[in-house]
Write a protein of this length. Structure first.
Length: 347
């Protein structure tokens, strides 16, 4: 490549970075990575040839920006734990600049819309920042990264950065979509959610009829600390319950967008980690045409969210109703029933 072409390419990437709709500190970090300006051991060795070059995260290979962001097994586990289940070591990335460009302008093969591209860039920038911070903690504080803890921290950070970007809900239609509403007459709606802990999780299912009355609620402990797996377990439990309602149609709602989109995609855009989950769901409901799936905002999934968190915090699992249930859960059921009656038969 000629010098002029290289300069033009670098200038183009710089413009893309600074135009990105992310925090200024994250932009600076992306820029430093892209132009290999981080003080990695391979860079410092130029000034001290006898210094240690081993990656502090894996202690196996020589440290470089490309190694600990894309090839180190610790970094690979963090990327794979994302909602996209990224196999970043399979991307054939040939330079730090190439890595950053892939997040700013993701390949068309990922089939991302504009909102998903923005989410993809933000999560990528936060992950790169988190990996660098953990590298420094290991190197200078002798801390050891825990995969589940890092992934949960990333998801929390992502929500903190992403929520301010979401447009303010203003129209009546959008407000309706952001809160729970009754199913059509004769139908049952099952909301499901998960509360994730360090070693295990709790899933909860809340079923209500077309009047908003509670049919039943159940919580269950599951042995996973991976958020997307816990959400998938909750949906699976809801599926098994729904197929027993052969006398009426059922809607299963979850605020886990990646799981619901995977089920409804018809086989396309299914993350690797969810392939078996989607295939099993399709198999279970293959003989039933009365079960459908719907993604909702967390505000519209409050009852299941509250029950899952309460059961997890209290280590109490099982069946609940209005006479035997945590007050916080009962209050949500009663409030949503009274607010949703105007939508009966309209949804």
């Amino acid at each position: 490549m000629k010098f002029g072409d290289n300069f033009s390419s670098s200038d183009s990437l710089t413009r893309k970075i600074w135009k990105a709709n992310i925090h200024e500190r994250l932009k600076m970090h992306l820029w430093r990575i892209a132009f290999n300006l981080l003080p990695t051991k391979d860079q410092l060795r130029e000034f001290s040839p006898s210094s240690d070059t081993c990656c502090p995260l894996c202690n196996v290979e020589a440290e470089s920006a490309l190694h600990f962001f894309t090839q180190c097994h610790i970094a690979r586990a963090i990327w794979f734990g994302s909602q996209w289940n990224l196999r970043i070591d399979k991307w054939q990335i040939h330079s730090p600049a190439h890595l950053i460009d892939l997040f700013i302008d993701p390949p068309s093969s990922l089939l991302l819309d504009e909102e998903q591209k923005a989410e993809f860039l933000l999560y990528g920038a936060l992950t790169l920042d988190m990996i660098w911070k953990w590298r420094n903690k290991v190197l200078y504080e002798k801390s050891t990264p825990v995969e589940g803890q890092v992934i949960r921290s990333l998801q929390k950070l992502f929500l903190e950065h992403w929520r301010p970007k979401v447009p303010v809900i203003s129209s009546a239609l959008t407000r309706r979509c952001a809160r729970w509403c009754c199913p059509n007459q004769g139908m049952v709606k099952l909301n499901c959610d998960a509360a994730v802990g360090d070693l295990s999780s709790c899933i909860a299912i809340v079923a209500r009829d077309w009047r908003g009355n509670l049919v039943f609620a159940i919580s269950k402990k599951v042995n996973t600390n991976v958020p997307v797996q816990a959400e998938a377990f909750a949906i699976l439990l809801a599926v098994h319950i729904a197929i027993n309602f052969s006398c009426c149609s059922c809607i299963i709602e979850s605020d886990c967008k990646v799981c619901i989109e995977a089920i409804n995609s018809g086989g396309n855009l299914v993350p690797w980690r969810l392939l078996n989950f989607v295939e099993f769901v399709k198999y279970v409901i293959s003989g039933y045409n009365h079960v459908s799936f719907n993604w909702v905002h967390r505000e519209a999934n409050k009852a299941a969210h509250v029950l899952a968190n309460w059961s997890f915090n209290q280590s109490l699992f099982g069946s609940f109703d209005l006479g035997f249930g945590p007050p916080s859960f009962v209050n949500v059921i009663l409030a949503e029933a009274s607010q949703s009656t105007v939508f009966v038969g309209v949804q």
